[in-house]
Structures are given as C-alpha cells and as structure tokens.
Design a protein around this ligand. Structure first.
Ligand code: SAH
Ligand code: SF4
Ligand code: F3S
Length: 459
C-alpha cells in the first residue's frame, strides 16, 4: 500500500477552463453500494476542484459520468441500457463528453463492449482513477480521441481527496478499500482489488472534520470492516478503531458495514455494547443457512458459529437488531438447503433482509458450478423467503409501538407536513413536524406499525 495525497491539477484545470465559454456542468450518477456512492462524492469533489459545476439533468450536462456496479448481471444490464439512451444526447450535442467508470469498467470484456458497441462513449476509467480524472479530461479535450483505459490494479490509498457529500448530516467514511475474501460467487475482489486499510490517523482526521461540520450519522465503510488494520504498520483492529473514534466528543452516532461473520469477534460486540454512540444494529450478512452451501460459497464460517455471535450480541446488547444479505439459488442449492436458510432466519429474527437471486459472474468459481435449478424454482423460493421475513419484521416492528426513541430526522415523508426519522435499528418512522428539524435529532413516540412502516409523534 502506498499512501499519497491528492493535489490540485492546475494544468488540467486551465485546459478545462479554456475549452468552455462558461464553467462546464457535470452530471454524475453512482450505482451500487455505499462505497461506490462515496466514490461518486469524490468524483464530484474532484470535478468541482477542476472547475466544473454540478447539474441534476442529463440535458444540462457538458460531462456525463456513470459510476457503475458489477455485482449482479441485472445491475450491469441496467447500466448498458442507460448508456445506450445517451446516444441521442451526444448527437444533439457533439461537445458532450460521456464517461463510464467504476466496478464494471475493471472488467476487460466490458471495456471491449463499450469500445465496439458504444462509440459515443469518450472516456472509460476504473475504480482507482478518480484523482487522475482532471488530467484525463484535459487529455481528451486536447486530443479529441476516445480514451478507454484498460483496467489496471493500483494499490495507492489517495488521501485528502475533495468530497462533495450528498447529505449535510449523514456521511460515508471509508476505512478500507478492496476485498481479499473471494467468496466464490462474488466479483467484488476481482474489480476492487486487494484489501488496503487507511491509516487510523487519516480516518480520525476525516471523522473529526465530519463531527465539526455537524454530521450526525457517520457510517464506516469497507467490504469487510472486521479485517480493518491488516497490513498496516500500526497495531490496530476494527474494535480498536471504534474505540479511537468513540473517544471523540460530539453529537453523533456511528454505523458500519459490512461485517463479515468469519472475522466478527465477541470483542467487536463488547465494543458496541460499551459505546452508546454506536448504533445497536448489526448488519451481518449470512448469505445461507446451510453449511454445505456456505462452504461452497467460501464464506469460512458455519451456521452454528454465526448463531453463536448473534446469541452473544442479543445477550450483551438488549434491543439490538440485525440485518443480513441472503443469496437464494446458489448453484446446486437444494430444497433442504434452502429450508435451512429459512430456519436460520426464523432463529435470528432479522429486522431487515436484503435478498438476491444468485447471479452468475464470469470469472468467479461459482460460475463453473453445476446449477440444475431453474430461475422459476429460484423465484418461487424467494417468494417463500420474503413471506417468512415479512412476518418476522412486522412482529418486531409491532414490539416498538408504545415507546419513545431518539431518531435522526432525514427528510419529508410523502404525506404533507410529515417528516421521516431513522431509528437506531435502521427503521424509518413518520411523524408530523417542522422542516427545520431535518438533519437534527428528535425524540419520537411510536404509535403504530403497519408492516415495517412506523407512525409516531414528537415526544
Ligand atoms: N462485502 C459484503 C457484500 C458486498 S456485495 C459482504 O461480504 O457481506 C453485497 C451483497 O450482494 C452480498 O452480500 C451478496 O448477498 C450479494 N451478491 C454478491 N455477489 C452476488 C451474486 N453473484 N449473485 C447474487 N448476489 C450477490
Ligand atoms: Fe464479495 Fe465476499 Fe468480499 Fe463481500 S466478502 S465483497 S461477498 S468476496
Ligand atoms: Fe457494486 Fe462495486 Fe459496490 S460491484 S456492490 S459498486 S464494490
């Protein structure tokens, strides 16, 4: 790992300024996970540093950038569809620059497809090129030719990058990049490269700036936050990092994702229990309840080991809630194995589940495994799973009625005059209140729960 500081590119900014009559506008859209959304915020920050303004309408843009996700086929198809729709904009405005970046463009086949079938795409760069974007744009503006970079791996951690955050009170704070786990179905390690942790001093400095800037909710990000610290010169792990951050005074709370169960420790749970700033909510993706499937997924824990962690957390942190990702229809998953997942879900009682039908990713080991079940079988399983989960979540939500909670007020609800607030456990409550409360903490009494939609009033 090589730590470098971002520096303003004066030359590139001058080229960009000389090319346009008025300050150019950029439209940036990020797909995928929070890490990618945070990358999108950096892209916007870097573009603004290079003289761009931002716009929300494709039609107003001088530069359109799609920051893409490769995790499932559906995600990729959606991007190709949306890129195709840009052709007419380019025809209407030949000066328009269209760029594609992010996880999809780390795959040579995707870059080839963009090269051959999408001639109106001007710029392609991977997940690690954000700090070099002004220079790339300047090169494109001066040379005119398409710049489609072939994916490369780069292990630098770039600090001090300008960030244009989407929210003024909720912030993403990456603590590590990449993933070394190679779950057999997953493309992320192939596109995001090897794990690199940020130095704790850099994380702490950004954390302090966020707290001083009035950010209330700070979410620590990593594909596997529990392996934070590996490879750093300093001796620190994720629980240690949480301790360090929680020592900071201020009015804030901390979330984190994602925790990989193989590296989650009792110490992590003890740390959560000891610090009221850490939300009593644990996103601990189990993926499957079957030990045979878990082994085939290369997850490196068993259902029993997972349940031990959950039981320990329930005991140490009263009121804690859990969420998880589940893959339905992993290659060869049998009816019995699927039912083991249902059993596990009933035992844990998750507040929220993020459920996915297995999607084949070329280049991963699971793509080579026999997959005898049809898509129809898998959607039927998914429907059964969702029915079980809906019942559990509704029951848990009902238990929240009749009590008062501190929430972070996030925005307007659909109903006129109503606001939405997020509880510690990640559920949303709707209540009547003044817009001035948005971005602040409020105390809300929960009066009713319809499925997992909570209704309340200011307390
Ligand atoms: N690092 C995180 C997950 C990142 S990807 C973790 O390990 O928990 C988010 C979720 O997408 C995964 O948890 C998994 O449930 C799902 N996913 C990843 N690859 C997939 C694939 N090929 N098909 C279906 N779902 C997938
Ligand atoms: Fe993918 Fe597994 Fe890494 Fe998560 S831990 S990003 S599922 S390889
Ligand atoms: Fe998608 Fe890349 Fe995140 S593949 S889920 S955007 S790390």
């Amino acid at each position: 790992m090589n730590r470098i500081d971002f520096s303003h590119d004066t030359q590139a900014a001058a080229v960009i300024a000389s090319y346009y009559d008025a300050p150019p506008l950029a439209y940036v859209h990020s797909y995928g996970c929070q890490q990618n959304v945070n990358d999108g915020e950096k892209i916007k920050g870097v573009l603004m540093d290079a003289g761009f303004g931002l716009c929300n309408k494709l039609e107003d843009a001088d530069l359109i950038l799609f920051n893409t996700c490769a995790v499932r086929e559906h995600a990729e198809d959606r991007v190709f569809g949306n890129v195709g729709a840009l052709k007419s904009l380019k025809e209407a405005n030949p000066k328009l620059i269209i760029g594609i970046c992010g996880c999809m463009t780390q795959q040579p086949t995707v870059v080839e497809k963009l090269r051959k079938s999408y001639p109106f795409v001007d710029l392609v760069f991977g997940v690690n090129g954000i700090d070099t974007l002004p220079a790339l744009l300047a090169q494109k503006l001066q040379g005119g030719k398409r710049l489609l970079q072939t994916p490369s791996e780069r292990y630098d951690v770039v600090e001090e990058m300008p960030v244009r955050r989407d929210s003024s009170f909720r912030a993403w704070l990456p603590i590590m990049y990449g993933c070394d786990n190679f779950c057999s179905y997953c493309i992320v390690p192939h596109v995001r490269g090897r794990e690199r942790s940020r130095k704790s001093a850099d994380i702490l400095a950004e954390f302090r700036r966020l707290v001083a800037g009035g950010y209330k909710e700070i979410t620590l990000l990593g594909q596997n936050v529990n392996s934070y610290g590996k490879g750093l010169e300093e001796n620190i792990d994720f629980a240690g990092l949480l301790e360090l951050l929680c020592a900071e005074p201020g009015d804030y709370h901390i979330r984190f994702m994602t925790s990989h169960p193989k590296d989650a420790t009792f110490r992590l749970i003890d740390t959560m229990a000891a610090h009221p700033q850490i939300c009593r909510h644990l996103h601990l993706p189990v993926q499957s309840g079957s030990n045979r499937v878990l082994a085939a997924m290369n997850r490196r824990y068993t259902a029993e080991k997972y349940l031990e962690l959950i039981d320990y957390a329930k005991e140490k942190i009263p009121g804690i809630t859990f969420s998880s990702d589940i893959i339905v229809g992993f290659p060869g998953e049998t009816e019995e194995e699927f039912e083991e997942t249902l059993e596990l879900i009933k035992k844990v009682e998750y507040m929220q589940l993020f459920t996915f039908i297995y999607s084949k990713r070329t280049g991963t080991p699971a793509a080579e495994m026999p997959d005898p079940y049809t898509h129809k079988d898998k959607t039927a399983r998914m429907a059964r799973l969702l029915a079980v989960q809906d019942e559990i979540a509704a029951r848990l939500a009902r238990q929240l009625v009749g009590k008062s909670y501190r929430v972070l007020v996030e925005g307007h609800a659909r109903q006129e005059g109503a606001l939405t607030g997020r509880l510690d456990n990640n559920l949303i409550v709707e209540f009547a209140g003044d817009s001035a409360l948005i971005g602040q903490y409020a105390q809300v009494y929960v009066e009713d729960a319809r499925a997992t939609v909570l209704k309340g009033r200011l307390d």
